[in-house]
Each structure stands twice: as structure tokens, then as C-alpha cells.
Design a protein around this ligand. Structure first.
Ligand SMILES: C[S@@+](CC[C@H](N)C(=O)[O-])C[C@H]1O[C@@H](n2cnc3c(N)ncnc32)[C@H](O)[C@@H]1O
Length: 351
């Protein structure tokens, strides 16, 4: 459908001065719309197409039809008109706040119970310790726009860079393990690149990479989102490399090294933009070690404002899957709970 058709339809609806006539006019459009297939109604326009969710639009028409006064019906019509004519976003994403109901796929609650990982396309569940693609995707929807630059300083299997390609964001990934980086590079290259964005992988230690020089090479000064998904200390040992955070000698050493990574990436993150840390806790010697809280505190001490603590359900790790009964027994006997969650910490760089 051409966008101008709907714009004219709305203009004409607002000219109608009798409630019954307006209802007839709206009913005709509602019936036509309800008879069509597809989740979205695409309104074609010269500058940018607009996609409206059909179910939401039907609800809006029902609201107009249920109005008891002409004034009320016109109020809803004008709201619909605003949503179609004006795009209102905040500075960091592309969510049209005038059509906020259209974005059901963008989560806004702090508890994420994700039933299954998205394993579509080139995503692989094969890398032990990877995160589900829904995490970087949600973060990019909320905190970036097309063409922005996203930095993932613990790249692993490249989940972030694959999502970057799908969503039209440029992506930079740092990975210490050269072998991992190479297979990630090959996998990322297989993902279609419809927006023609840059995917850059650097083999190195994220605590010592010269980020300013790297960005200069790429022709940009700053990035608009930083994602950090470090090892959860020594829960999974990723390599023998002493620079690997999973080889940190103690929890204090782990936190100190993470703090160093935050200190290094902060100057290249644009003010007003976001740092996202994905981290789970661990047990050691009968004690719950709150890595998530330690890292959150460390980031806040670097001048970040905490915007959200998201709790996400945790996939049972391969090692634990076969030993679930044993863990339950240990928990009952030892006075603790088996952890089933990890954190997505959202922090804003304010100055
Ligand atoms: C939890 S995994 C990240 C997984 C990733 N989000 C994914 O979806 O595949 C942590 C990664 O950090 C890497 N790593 C550990 N220490 C590092 C360091 N100092 N610099 C860069 N990468 C490091 C490990 O090799 C591992 O691949």
C-alpha cells in the first residue's frame, strides 16, 4: 500500500462530522485490512517505507469504532495520523516512539526467560561459553542505529558480528585466541551482508589493544555500543594463554583485569552511549562468588551510570546437564541454590 493512500484516508476521516458516518468509513477499511494476509502492512514511501503491525492497526481501528463521541474518535485518529506521519525516536535507537506498540519483539522487562537460542543462519551453538544471539540483538535494537559501530572485546564465536550484519551495524571484535578468531572470521563472512557494513576482527588482548589506532584505521573516531562478555572467571578455561581472563589467578585479579578492559574501551565509546556487560556468577569452596556484582561495581567506578540489571535464565551447561540431580542434592544438603541465571548489565557513559 502506498503511504499517501493512508495519509489521505486519515485526512478524509478527520473531515467527517458525524460519528455514524465515521464509523462506516472506518469499518470499510477495517474489513479490507482484516481480510489481508501478513503480519505487517508495509506503507511504501519515497524516503523510507513504514511497516505497521496489522494486529496493532486493527486494534487502533477498533478503538476508533468503540469511541462514544466524535471528539474521542478524532483523538484516536489524530494519534494514528501522528504515528504514520512523524517518526519520533530518542538519540540512540530507531524505535519510533509514536508507534511503540509495533515493537513487541523489543524486550523492556528486566527478567528474560528465553526458551531457546536462535540458531538460524550462521549462528552456532557449538562454541562452549557463547551467548545467545538474542542478547546482542536486543542490545542493538535498544542502543544503536543502522550504520553505528559496535565493539565486542571478547568476541568468541562471533555472535555479535553476525547480528551486526543482520541489523546493519558495523562490528569490531577482539579475540585473544587466534584459532578461534580465524574460524569466527570465516563464519561471519558466510553471513549475508545486506547493508554493506564492516566486520573487523582483531586477534589480541582486549586489555592492551590500541583502540584509538584501530578506529583510526577504520576511519571512525568512536563506537556507539560496547559489549563485554568475558569468561566467568575460571568456570570455562578458554586457553592456556596467561592473558586470558579465564586464567586470572584469583577473583580479585579477574576483576582487576576486567576493570583494565573497561578503562581501555571507555575513551572510544561515545558519551551518552552504552556499555553492556554479560556475566554469570560462580561457586567456589561452598561460597557464592557474585562476579556479576563485582563487575557491575567496577564499571560504575569508571564513571558509568547503571541503567539496568537484566536477569536472564541460564542454559544448563553441558557439564552440568548430566549432573543436575547431583547439583540438586548438593544444594539441598549445602544450603545454597543452584544458579540458573546470568546478568546483562546495562551502563551508560555519561561524561
Ligand atoms: C564468554 S566467551 C565470549 C563468547 C561470545 N560472546 C560468543 O557468543 O561466542 C569469552 C571469550 O573471551 C576470550 N578472551 C579471554 N580473555 C581475553 C582477552 N584478554 N582478550 C580478548 N579475548 C579474551 C576467550 O577466548 C573467549 O572466546
Amino acid at each position: 500500500m502506498d503511504k499517501t493512500w493512508l495519509v489521505t484516508w486519515l485526512d478524509e476521516a478527520l473531515e467527517i462530522s458525524l460519528l455514524d458516518s465515521l464509523r462506516e468509513y472506518v469499518t470499510a477499511f477495517r474489513e479490507e485490512l482484516a481480510g489481508q494476509d501478513g503480519e505487517t502492512l508495509v506503507l511504501e514511501a519515497t524516503n523510507d517505507n513504514l511497516a505497521l503491525r496489522r494486529d496493532i492497526l486493527l486494534e487502533e481501528l477498533d478503538q476508533i469504532l468503540a469511541s462514544r463521541t466524535l471528539d474521542r474518535a478524532r483523538y484516536y485518529l489524530r494519534r494514528l495520523q501522528r504515528g504514520v506521519l512523524e517518526v519520533r525516536t530518542n538519540d540512540v535507537n530507531e524505535i519510533n516512539l509514536n508507534r511503540w506498540k509495533d515493537y513487541a519483539e523489543v524486550w523492556s522487562d528486566s527478567l528474560w526467560v528465553v526458551p531457546r537460542r536462535d540458531s538460524s543462519g550462521t549462528h552456532t551453538a557449538g562454541y562452549w561459553g557463547n551467548f545467545i544471539p538474542q542478547i546482542p540483538r536486543q542490545m542493538m535494537w535498544r542502543y544503536t542505529r543502522k550504520g553505528d559501530w559496535v565493539l565486542d572485546a571478547f568476541l568468541g564465536s562471533g555472535t555479535t558480528l553476525i547480528e551486526c550484519r543482520r541489523l546493519g551495524r558495523n562490528g569490531i571484535g577482539i579475540e585473544l585466541n587466534a584459532g578461534v578468531a580465524q574460524s569466527t572470521e570465516e563464519r561471519v563472512a558466510q553471513e549475508p551482508n545486506p547493508y554493506g557494513i564492516t566486520s573487523k576482527i582483531v586477534v589480541g588482548d582486549s586489555a592492551t589493544v590500541d583502540y584509538a589506532a584501530l578506529l583510526q584505521q577504520l576511519g571512525v573516531e568512536q563506537v556507539q555500543l560496547v559489549l563485554l562478555h568475558p569468561p566467568y572467571h575460571d568456570i570455562i578455561q578458554f586457553s592456556e594463554d596467561t592473558r586470558d581472563l579465564s586464567n586470572a589467578a584469583s577473583v580479585d585479579d579477574f576483576v582487576a583485569r576486567f576493570t583494565e578492559v573497561v578503562a581501555q574501551v571507555t575513551p572510544v565509546l561515545e558519551v551518552g552511549r552504552y556499555l553492556v556487560v554479560v556475566i554469570g556468577d560462580k561457586y567456589a569452596k561452598g561460597e557464592w562468588i557474585p562476579l556479576g556484582f563485582y563487575l557491575m561495581q567496577a564499571a560504575m567506578e569508571q564513571g558509568y551510570h547503571l541503567k539496568s540489571i537484566v536477569v536472564k535464565n541460564f542454559d544448563v551447561t553441558r557439564a552440568k546437564r548430566t549432573r543436575e540431580g547431583l547439583w540438586r542434592y548438593r544444594a539441598l544438603a549445602g544450603g545454597f541454590y543452584v544458579f540458573k541465571h546470568e546478568y546483562v548489565l546495562v551502563l551508560e557513559k555519561t561524561d
